[in-house]
Write a protein that binds this ligand. Structure first.
Ligand code: ZN
Length: 245
C-alpha cells in the first residue's frame, strides 16, 4: 500500500471489514503459485492480480492454440502461437503494473515442483491433468501449504481446498482415478465460475479467513441445472500420499 492511488484502486474491496488496509497490505505481501494458464489459470491469475496479490508465480509449458480461445480468456487471437506464459505476463502486467508476475515456461513435475512453490503461501490448480495435480498435491503436503483444486468437464465443475493437517488430501479422493484418454469438452463460462471460486478461496487463505474455506468439502456445480451440491470429504486411511503424515 503505497499511496492514494492504491487506496483508490482497491477502495471497493478495502471497504470490507475482513480486508481493510491491513488485509490489503497482507495481499500485497503475498506470493501465490498457479500451475497452468488454461481456462482455470486465466481466470485465477486475472482475479488475483486485480485484487492486489503482490506476487504471482506461474508455470505453463504450452503455446496458445486457436482451440484454447473459447475458454482461456487471458489469451487472445493475436496470441496464437506464443507461449502462454508470455501472453499471460503481458496482460497481467497491463492490468496491474504493481504485481510481480514471475513466469516459468516448463512442465511441472516432481523434479521441479518444490522449487517452483518455494516462498509461496498457496498452491493453485489451474492444470488439466491428474498427473500434475498429483505432483502439486504431494508438494502441498511436503511444504504444508493449502492446495486449491478446481476441475471442469462440459457443463460441470468442482472445487475443493485441501489444507494439510486439516482436511483429506487430493489423493484421498482421486487415488482410484485414471486420466481420460482425451481432454473433455468444456464451456468457457464453466471455467470462469470455477476459476473465480478458486481465486476467492485463495484470497480467503491469504487473509486468514480459514473457517469458511471449502476444506474437507467438495463443491460440485452442475451448470445445466444450476444445481450446486456439496459433498463432505473423508480422509482415506490408506491414502498413499497423506497416510501417516
Ligand atoms: Zn490423502
Amino acid at each position: 500500500m503505497q499511496d492514494q492511488r492504491d487506496q483508490l484502486r482497491y477502495q471497493r474491496q478495502m471497504g470490507l471489514p475482513e480486508i481493510g488496509e491491513q488485509g490489503q497490505k497482507r495481499l500485497a505481501r503475498s506470493r501465490v503459485f498457479v500451475g497452468g494458464l488454461g481456462g482455470l489459470g486465466s481466470v485465477i491469475t486475472t482475479y488475483l492480480c486485480a485484487a492486489g496479490v503482490g506476487s504471482l508465480r506461474i508455470a505453463d509449458r504450452d503455446r496458445v492454440e486457436i482451440s484454447n480461445l473459447n475458454r482461456q480468456i487471458l489469451h487472445w487471437t493475436k496470441d496464437v502461437g506464443r507461449d502462454k506464459t508470455v501472453s499471460a505476463r503481458e496482460k497481467l502486467a497491463a492490468l496491474n503494473p504493481d504485481a510481480e508476475i514471475e513466469t516459468h515456461h516448463l512442465e511441472i513435475g516432481p523434479e521441479n515442483a518444490a522449487e517452483l512453490v518455494q516462498g509461496c503461501q498457496v498452491i493453485v490448480d489451474g492444470t488439466d491433468n491428474l498427473q500434475t495435480r498429483r505432483v502439486l498435491n504431494r508438494t502441498s503436503l511436503d511444504m504444508d501449504l493449502p492446495f486449491v483444486h478446481g476441475g471442469i468437464n462440459g457443463f460441470n465443475g468442482m472445487i475443493s481446498t485441501f489444507v494439510p493437517g486439516r482436511s483429506p488430501c487430493f489423493e484421498c479422493l482421486f487415488s482410484e482415478f485414471g486420466s481420460p484418454s482425451s481432454p473433455p469438452p468444456v464451456l468457457g463460462s464453466v471455467a470462469g465460475v470455477v476459476g473465480s471460486l478458486q481465486s476467492l478461496e485463495v484470497i480467503k487463505c491469504l487473509l486468514g479467513l480459514m473457517d469458511g474455506l471449502l476444506c474437507g468439502r467438495l463443491l460440485f456445480m452442475q451448470g445445466q441445472t444450476m444445481a450446486f451440491r456439496e459433498i463432505s470429504l473423508e480422509k482415506n486411511p490408506d491414502c498413499p500420499e497423506c497416510r501417516g503424515r
